[in-house]
Write a protein that binds this ligand. Structure first.
Ligand code: ATP
Ligand code: MG
Length: 720
């Protein structure tokens, strides 16, 4: 093995060697921040003067996949000691910590982790129980409010106090729901994602002994993508690093894209204030992208005001120019992308995995999926293959979760009559009633009623669950799952149905068993609890295999940290990207711009940017002008831009034209920002003016929420 410092530039090497004391690495995209963390771990393990035991190192990554990659690389650099380093996401770290210390926070070690779907379900149950109208107060909205309270470490009580002081009545409802929600989770011996962090912080705050144990243990702490940490993660880190303060955070304020999920950019901006003796390292050489791509990224991000200025340069060649094309509609856009990929593959022998298509919203993947299918281009949509969300998979998992944690009421509800065993709504109500009267979990209540002769239909069910509970520590998870599938007759029933749907469901169940077997082959702990924790924390990017021969379709948010030789950045239209329409605040617009910056900087060699003049959204055709980001980076559309012109609501002209800059002059009586009124469309604001005389056109953003391009001559617009 060579010297690891041979692979690093002097600044990177300095950061790797600087192991003692707080270290902030603030640097632009592709400058080797993640690489520095990886090499720093290897260096700590191999340091001749003072090698660090692997279990004293903690590294936090943004996804489980990034954690696995980092471990693999450390393993290559420093050998199998890497296996004992804690490299994980914050959530996985907390889950592991809480399992070890469960009794300190009033949970049993078998606690269940509820995913977002489970959390929404419980929120809905709580809303109904509190007699709120779930049509009016959407469970998903309330659930998000609870989750964001947790990210700020607010417990139900403090959130309640906070809600009292606001005029927003929905917050008061959320506060009531939060209290009941939390009670239900506690009774079910369950935690949600937010609790993982909140309880970990509580654990450290409530017990000095426990805190000191972990402060002592994790002598070296490293955090990737620090710009996207939230308040709870910030506090947790601060507690952990409290003794040695050997904390190294890396990040890029220009890539902060998760503020809508509670991330707080101040964590990185004010790091030096929190840790006064911080060494700051700037990395300025980008190793990922060609000059063309990097220049463009720089131009774009320059438009943001809230940022630390950075230099970023590359030794890589100029490369091909970045191309921007405005297509007539989204189908043409998708076809052009498919054509381009095909041409690359045929002419240059590229592999499919070198291509990625980025878009702002999930819904945009559909057109690409359909087009690629027609073109015979294999693709994978990151985030869509929610295997563990499928009903049949959730059913079997429901059994496994109940066996692991018999207090888990949500899983009990899922499986008590699945497959059907004649236990209807009325019986479930009586089980619930008995549970409340005797202060039992639903499963205990069913068992109690069965023992008392009141629930004959549940005999096999209770016997099966009980016997599995007794065996769960002696059997592997795969064995338990096989017994469940056999004893409940789940597959047998599907076999009897014998149609395409049922056959695919059988395959999914078989796939689940394979997933469990795979897990057992690689995990140290093969127990049921360990498998369940692993899948509860799986994220969309984690299940994506980047080595397979597929084109990757992915949202910009999920593309963070990744890189591809060729990127198609699509849907660059005002209203779509930046998303939303008129109601930008400066902050939200800057975040959209950062997202665009993240997209651009994923590309290594080729970047194609595009948008569509017309696109169907929510079933309505919508007209768009090119995203302001395109203008900011000074890209001109490819010459051929087809636009169709409307008279009132009907198409009067389909033309080929160039973008004409807006502003006064020929069009002085119509100008950007002017308020106008149209007989059918109502009031709106002029966004762009082009052409002159009979050809004078305006793009109006109507208050009703859509855009129109109108020929002034016919549109009969009233100036307001
Ligand atoms: P991002 O901001 O996107 O998270 P990053 O700063 O974490 O990027 P890395 O992913 O660590 O950057 O590195 C970007 C690319 O450059 C990777 O392919 C990495 O292997 C390569 N790279 C980084 N430093 C060097 C170096 N000194 N020599 C050669 N290649 C390097
Ligand atoms: Mg990185």
């Amino acid at each position: 093995m060579g010297n690891i410092f041979d692979d690093l530039n002097p600044e990177q090497a300095a950061a790797v060697k600087c192991t003692e004391g707080p270290l902030l690495i603030l640097a632009g995209a592709g400058s080797g921040k993640t690489r520095v963390i990886t090499y720093r771990i290897a260096h700590l393990l191999q340091n001749k003067d003072n090698p660090c035991p692997p279990w004293r190192i903690l590294a936090m990554t943004f996804t489980n996949k990034a954690a696995a990659q980092m471990r693999e690389r450390v393993n290559k650099l420093a050998g199998p000691a890497s296996l004992s380093v804690w490299i994980s996401t914050y959530h996985s770290f907390c889950a592991r910590l809480l399992r070890l210390e469960a009794e300190h926070i009033g949970l049993s070690k078998d606690f269940t982790i509820y995913d977002d779907t489970d959390s929404k379900k419980i929120t809905e149950i709580c809303l109904k129980e509190l007699n709120f109208d779930v049509e009016k107060f959407k469970p998903s909205v309330i659930c998000e409010m609870i989750s964001s309270a947790k990210d700020k470490l607010l417990d139900p009580e403090s959130y309640g106090v906070h809600a009292m002081t606001t005029p927003e009545s929905i917050k008061k409802i959320a506060a009531d729901v939060y209290e009941l929600y939390q009670k239900k989770l506690k009774e079910s011996n369950a935690v949600d994602f937010g609790d993982l962090l909140r309880y970990s912080v509580d654990l450290f705050k409530n017990s000095n002994t426990v805190l000191e144990k972990y402060q002592e243990r994790f002598k070296y702490i490293m955090i990737d993508e620090y710009q996207d940490t939230n308040y709870a993660q910030y506090i947790l880190t601060k507690l952990l690093a409290g003794k040695y303060k050997n904390i190294c955070v890396v990040g890029d304020d220009d890539q902060a894209i998760y503020s809508w999920r509670g991330a707080d950019i101040r964590n990185i901006m004010e790091f030096e204030r929190d840790y006064p003796k911080t060494t700051v390292v700037y990395l300025e050489q980008n190793y990922r992208s060609t000059k063309s791509i990097l220049d463009l990224a720089g131009k774009l991000i320059h438009n943001n005001h809230h940022r630390k200025p950075k230099k970023l340069w590359t030794n890589l060649p100029q490369g091909d120019s970045v191309v921007y094309t405005e297509f007539p509609n989204e189908f043409d856009e998708a076809r052009a992308v498919a054509d381009k990929i095909r041409a690359f593959i045929e002419n240059e022998g590229c592999s499919l995995s070198e291509f990625a298509v980025f878009y702002r919203t999930n819904a945009q993947s559909r057109i690409f999926e359909e087009t690629f299918t027609r073109f015979g281009i294999p693709f994978i949509v990151v985030g869509s293959q929610r295997f563990y969300e499928r009903a049949e998979v959730k059913d079997i998992l429901g059994y496994l979760k109940l066996i692991n944690n018999p207090l888990d009421d949500l899983s009990f509800r899922r499986v008590i009559n699945t497959p059907a065993r004649g236990i209807g709504r009325a019986t479930v109500l009586s089980i619930e009633k008995n549970a409340v009267e005797k202060n039992l979990s639903l499963y205990e209540s069913a068992k109690d009623m069965h023992t008392g002769g009141l629930l004959k239909k549940a005999e096999r069910f209770v016997k099966l669950i009980d016997s599995m509970i007794a065996e769960k520590n002696n059997m592997d998870a795969s064995e338990i799952s096989r017994i469940i599938i056999e004893e409940t007759g789940y597959i047998r029933i599907l076999e009897e149905q014998n149609n395409i749907e049922s056959r695919s469901r059988i395959e999914n169940i078989q796939e689940l068993v394979s997933a469990i077997v795979d897990f057992e082959a690689s995990a140290d702990d093969k127990k049921l609890a360990s498998f369940l924790e692993n899948i509860a924390l799986i994220s969309d990017v984690d299940v994506w295999d980047d080595n397979k021969e597929f084109v990757t379709l992915i949202t910009l948010h999920l593309a963070k940290g990744l890189e591809f030789p060729c990127v198609f950045l699509t849907g660059l239209e005002e209203g779509l990207f930046p998303v939303g329409s008129s109601a930008y605040t400066m902050d939200s617009l800057e975040e959209e711009r950062r997202l665009c910056y993240v997209g651009i900087t994923r590309a290594k060699k080729y970047l194609y940017m595009s948008g569509a003049a017309q696109r169907r959204i929510y079933g309505q055709i919508r007209w768009s002008i090119p995203s302001r980001f395109v203008k900011e980076i000074g890209l001109k559309p490819e010459p051929e831009v087809h636009r169709e012109i409307f008279k009132g609501d009907s198409l009067i002209e389909a033309s080929v034209e160039h973008d004409v800059p807006a502003g006064p002059g020929a069009a002085s009586h119509f100008y950007k920002g002017l308020r106008v009124k149209h007989r059918d469309f109502g009031e709106g604001k002029v966004l762009e003016v082009s052409g002159s005389g009979d050809d004078l056109k305006v793009i109006v953003q109507f208050d009703a929420g859509f855009w129109k391009k109108l020929l002034v001559k016919y549109a009969n617009l009233e100036r307001l």
